[in-house]
Design a protein around this ligand. Sequence first.
Ligand code: NAP
Length: 272
Amino acid sequence: MQFVQVQGEQVPALGLGTWLLRGDDCRRAVREALEVGYRHFDTAQMYGNEDAIGQVLRSNMVVDRDQLFITTKLNNRNHAPRDVLASTDDSLRRLGIGYVDLLLVHWPVAFEALPATLEAMVKLRDDGKARNLGVSNFTTEQVETARRHAPIFCNQVEYHPFLAQPDQLALARDRGLLLTAYCPLARGQVAHDPTLNEIGRRHHKTAAQVALRWLVDQEPVAAVPKASSRQHLEENLAIFDFELTDEDRDEIAALDRGERFIDPPFAPAWER
Ligand code: NAP
């Protein structure tokens, strides 16, 4: 496993996204992910699966807590300071852990209330319940605002070969932030792309592996692909034994078409 070094932390560059994994499917995927070597898990209050993940973490006797990197995200309705505190306690109870490694504001809704939200998150950090704080789906300008109110560790954004994020990448590098790529497989669509398949053929890898390797090569980027089958779980982790060439990278960069898969009504005005 490759790690991203951010603010003195080592974050596994490849994690498991868990959106839409629920119940038995979620328990099985998380258990198999731990078995094959995943140590970074991405969940959210909104996903309704913290309890299922927690059941596996509690029953897992092999991996020490300090080897895991667990992210959760505040629900949009939990931005008031008292809800930040209470809902995070609920998340920790469901996950069965004493702290999360990263607590994110899931979406920049009610942006004017952000200072109070962040102040409550800082209290959680001071109380040892969240080791690091961050945001998700924030524009670069919104990240800069957030940084004036709290120590921000991460912005998590949609990022894949069909959606370039040069401004977010530049900001993360300038400010020493983790940039987590969500929907890194373009919700599975990368598997059908001829260019990515051709590059994969040259390296005896799949299109998905090419997309993930391209992302995690761009420090400080971590990627959290969701996978439910053991085959996909293993495939997505097996990306550290080959190198993309400059020519490969140029071909992948040319695939950018500004395509967004996640754009709910409460999304901010995206910068590009
Ligand atoms: P994704 O990871 O880009 O794609 C998941 C899809 O790709 C699934 O259908 C999966 O199928 C398939 N897949 C996985 N591995 C594959 C492989 N090797 N070859 C071909 N297909 C493969 O999309 P996502 O789940 O929407 O995003 C990933 C994670 O990002 C989420 O689970 C969540 O944790 C996070 N996220 C965060 C936000 C946010 O607002 N912060 C928004 C969206 C997502 P199988 O399930 O059948 O394996």
